[in-house]
Design a protein around this ligand. Sequence first.
Ligand code: AMP
Ligand code: MG
Length: 329
Amino acid sequence: MTAGAIVPPTPAAIAHAARLLGEGRLVAIPTETVYGLAADATDDRAVGVLFTAKGRPAANPLIVHVATLDAARALGRFDARAERLALALWPGPLTLVLARTAACAVVPRASAGLATIALRIPADPVARALLAAFGKPVVAPSANRSGEVSPTTAAHVAASLGDRVALILDGGPCPVGVESTVLSLAGPVPLLLRPGGVTRAAIEAVIGPVATLADVPDSDAARTSPGLLGRHYAPHIPVRLDATSVGPDEALLAFGPRPLGGAAAARNLSATGDLAEAARNLFAMLRELDSPAYRGIAVMPIPATGIGAAINDRLKRATADAALPPPGH
Ligand code: AMP
Ligand code: MG
């Protein structure tokens, strides 16, 4: 198999991928959220190679993926809230930030030297099979260069990191399409660090009210969630949100049954106004519209309810430092 080859996730390919991880290599894997760039979380050199491959700042900690709740308990200190959430919502797109255990086998570099660790059991069957075959924790940030739009197909991974990965397991398009929800349980009040595939309502149904970064001072936010602030998930051309009109030189990212007319090109996240479908389509459609042929991408308003909170969060980050003026300005 050549480096960076896209292969179907057969049992033989999964076994091969597990061997590659054991050799300190990087393997791209499907998850239900986005494609992940996997490395052995207990191998300091492999984790270093991963940071370099992504061009990711060393201060931006990684999420550690495991196959079982017992494996997670060996790495992070589970209190009653964490236990309840894990039992209710794992496997799934929820990441829990917990205090590290004394015996935690994950290298400090993976967590950017923090006293906490971010943990998740993914639901994707290929990811789970690989984690089970490998038998050790795996770091798996999105399989793209840092700052780019996340990959939701194997082809997206090949376009961004094809020359950096030993293998790309092809699990088809990701069914959730946005990254995991990150919830910190490191302090007394549960703190939602990043909206994602599990809704705030689903979490609050299990443990009651959670705070968000809007509830804490900026300085605390930067400290508790390094890497969550600023521009990210960004196409190469400017993005303009809540568009109510669109110029003939703009691309349109529409939502709902009445897309704006007159754009140079258009995609509709969901013609029926279905937020889950919109999340699934978000990153692929941003990539399709990301062409220097257009002045920018105008995005129609999308409700911030349910998984819409994650969609709006990603779109807002895509506009940071690169606002596109409306037509005629
Ligand atoms: P990504 O791997 O790109 O999906 O990003 C994972 C996000 O989880 C990062 O932006 C981090 O800020 C957050 N994260 C990971 N580990 C921790 C941690 N120990 N404490 C707080 N946030 C974390
Ligand atoms: Mg990412």
